[in-house]
Design a protein around this ligand. Structure first.
Ligand SMILES: Nc1ncnc2c1ncn2[C@@H]1O[C@H](COP(=O)(O)OP(=O)(O)OP(=O)(O)O)[C@@H](O)[C@H]1O
Ligand SMILES: [Mg+2]
Length: 505
């Protein structure tokens, strides 16, 4: 009989300089979807790694269907019927999608001949379960973040575990992809499986979870309990110890300010056609679209990572062509917070200071010739503090920070840089609600100080909260533009209407 209930009791875990978990307990049962909530650095991933044998707890016990167990490594957890999707990606980029999904099944089987047709057929089955139309022979390195996340999920599903732990599986998914996943999770639950779901999107948590455990500063803020009777505000209070603060921002207008970045009839080698876009000084333009609409790709073309095939780009009124991200910051003062921060944003085995300070370094180096750590530290430390980055010191290796805290560093890096144009791609994915509000405030403050900001996001409340103007993109074209009235309902409807509108031309 496969196990379905999993309990951890009195778990302690410390890392050098960090007490990650103190006397934490959680209880998962079959037939329920259990939410694990907490701010960035609260200890969620650490707990998941302990119950899946990645880390050994300093103290505490674990029970599977009531019987004590101890895992020496991840394979023991798999053998006991526990599947997991970790927060950080674990796919091997140069392997195909099918090979990645089949990896655990191959076991020590690399020595025997692999039946690739069977492997890919099996993988295809799991991709179809997720309604993902993807050739299993595609190398993982060619996938975007959302697809990689879905492949990770397919890989976990393929083990047919009765206990399935998902650490922020929806962070980069579209609402549609999320709904497909939710249908599947509900089905597994109804079949008696036991599921754990981590997310910073509280609407999702309330939609799909039956039970909840909240961690705060490495301790239980509540024991495992049913969701019934808990409103969003109750969850927020358990997580952050106070109510959520909703900013009452006034609408801003950059009417009459000079254009800092302007695209005129731009077409690109990636398929954008005839893009017109204007970003003024002190203005936050939100570029909304569903994943795959071509927004991140447009940012990359502006930054010279892909070719502009026709049209004009004007920077502060001057026709320009940017050759690289480095040139963008040095010569044009343009910063770019990439959506794929793991791959493009951070050096994981370098310190917090080195990562967050790299743009300050680059910018000031040219004028000063050399820079003392102190100069960089003075610039970076206040931002790290404001973002409440949970780290024992600025010398900590970034790879040791929690997922959300790593995200904060890549955001901090650009906020410290002092650029005049900032392109931000999905700044709050994986970031807890408290820090998300702080990032929104920082973006507003930067704009008030004159920075022109292009905010790419698929988070509709985020774009309505932060942007002055909203430009809607679909299928590599601009579908239209809306002034932001901050009325969430009518703005939401307006945006969706533009996405679905037929092209005017
Ligand atoms: N390998 C490690 N070495 C040192 N410290 C670590 C390590 N792993 C985690 N930590 C620390 O333990 C604490 C808990 O981290 P954890 O990753 O569990 O947080 P989390 O709740 O998953 O946060 P997030 O929402 O950001 O993913 C953090 O302070 C983190 O920096
Ligand atoms: Mg985590």
């Amino acid at each position: 009989m496969a196990n379905t209930s999993l309990e951890a009791r009195g778990v302690h875990k410390s890392f050098p300089g960090v007490l990650a978990l103190q006397d934490v307990s959680i209880s998962l049962r079959g037939g329920a979807i259990h939410a694990l909530l907490g701010e960035n650095g609260a200890g969620k991933s650490t707990l998941i790694k302990i119950v899946t044998g990645v880390y050994r707890p300093d103290a505490g016990e674990m029970l599977l269907d009531g019987a004590p167990v101890r895992f020496a490594g991840p394979r023991d957890a798999i053998a006991a019927g526990i599947g997991v999707v970790h927060q950080e990606r674990n796919l091997i980029p140069r392997f195909s999608v099918g090979e990645n999904i089949g990896l655990e099944h191959l076991g020590g089987g690399f020595l025997r001949a692999i039946d690739y047709d069977a492997l890919h057929a099996e993988a295809k089955k799991w991709l179809e379960v997720l309604e993902l139309d993807l050739d299993p022979r595609t190398p993982v390195s060619q996938l975007n973040v959302a697809k990689m996340q879905l492949v990770e999920i397919a890989k976990a599903l393929s083990l047919r575990s009765r206990i399935l732990l998902l650490d922020e599986p929806t962070a980069s998914l579209t609402p549609q992809e999320t709904q497909v996943l939710f249908r599947l999770l509900r089905k597994l639950r109804d079949e008696g499986a036991s599921l754990l779901f981590v997310s910073h999107k509280l609407e999702e948590v309330q939609e799909i979870c039956d039970e909840v455990t909240v961690l705060r500063d490495g301790r239980n803020a509540c024991p495992s309990r049913p969701m019934t009777g808990l409103a969003r505000q109750d969850l927020v209070r358990l997580m952050i110890g106070r109510n959520e603060q909703v900013p009452a921002w006034s609408t801003r207008s950059a009417q009459g300010k000079p254009a800092m970045l302007e695209l005129k009839g731009v077409s690109t080698s990636l398929g954008h056609s005839n893009i017109d876009l204007k970003l003024r000084e002190s203005e936050i333009v939100g570029l909304y679209g569903l994943v795959g609409a071509g927004r991140s790709e447009l940012a990359k073309c502006i930054l010279g990572l892909h070719a502009i095939t026709s049209g004009q780009i004007l920077i502060a009124g001057e026709p320009s062509r940017i050759g690289s991200v480095a040139e963008a910051i040095h010569q044009h003062g343009i910063g770019y917070i990439s959506e794929d921060r793991k791959r493009e944003g951070l050096i994981l085995d370098h310190s917090v200071l080195e990562n967050a300070g790299v743009t300050v370094w680059r910018k000031l180096m040219s004028t000063l010739g050399f820079l003392r750590d102190e100069t960089v530290r003075a610039r970076v430390a206040p931002i790290i503090a404001g973002l409440e980055v949970r780290t024992p010191s600025l010398a900590q290796t970034v790879g040791n920070l929690s997922g959300g805290n790593q995200q904060k560093i890549s955001v901090a890096k650009w906020l410290a840089a002092g650029v005049r144009i900032l392109i931000v791609d999905e700044p709050s994915v994986g970031i807890d609600i408290k820090t998300k509000a702080y990032i929104h405030e920082l973006l507003r403050r930067l704009a008030d100080e004159g920075t022109a900001i292009l905010l790419i996001t698929s988070d509709m409340p985020e774009i309505i909260t932060v942007a002055d103007r909203i430009v809607v993109m679909d299928d590599y074209r601009i579908k239209g533009e809306l002034a932001n009235t901050r009325d969430y309902t009518s703005m939401g409807e307006g945006i969706m209407a533009l996405i679905h509108a037929r092209d005017a031309a």
